[in-house]
Design a binder for this molecule. Structure first.
Ligand code: DAT
Ligand code: MG
Length: 150
């Protein structure tokens, strides 16, 4: 397996809008390997840890309330440069700055309803995977990789 795994949850608006399949499809079509997937009802404590680096921001309480507004779908994707490229597939934090063709560029408008999360570094991906998938994730070799990687 290729070791870089971003933790990529679909936020409550993405689940309620029926865009889970579309978001999964973007990562699948790119060639990344799905190694974990789970519908979750996050707790306030989990979200405060997940967004710990934003605790002092004025929008933090609103962000946590948004993320508590419904179920989210957590997923872990594996593949070459998956963290950096996964962020490109998502688009910019502010959807209005996101290019068409990206998930946020194609499906949303406001920063406080930006559909999806993506880990911003390999280190934060590892922390987020441990937080949301405490049972661990397992990557199984697949024959398809011979058609994806040279
Ligand atoms: P990203 O989700 O692109 O990694 P981030 O980590 O800086 O962005 O912020 C986490 C989330 O917080 C982001 O997806 C939406 C919200 N957010 C960020 N900046 C914001 C702002 N200026 N106003 C309102 N919400 C904001
Ligand atoms: Mg972030």
């Amino acid at each position: 397996g290729v070791p870089f795994k971003p933790d990529t949850p679909v936020k409550p608006d993405g689940v309620e809008r029926g865009l889970v399949g579309e978001i999964i499809k973007r990562f699948e079509s790119k060639g990344y390997k799905l190694v974990a997937l789970q519908l979750m009802h996050p707790t306030k404590e989990q979200l405060e840890e997940h967004y710990g680096d934003l605790k002092t921001k004025s929008f933090f309480p609103k962000l946590v309330a948004y993320m508590l507004s419904g179920p989210v779908v957590g997923m872990v994707w594996e593949g070459k440069d998956a963290v950096k490229t996964g962020r490109k597939l998502l688009g910019e934090t502010n959807p209005l700055n996101s290019a068409p063709g990206t998930i946020r560029g194609d499906f949303c408008i406001d920063v406080g309803k930006n559909l999806c999360h993506g880990s911003d570094a390999v280190e934060s991906a590892q922390k987020e995977i441990a937080l949301w998938f405490p049972q661990g994730v397992k990557s199984v070799a697949r024959g398809l990789d011979r058609l994806i990687y040279e």
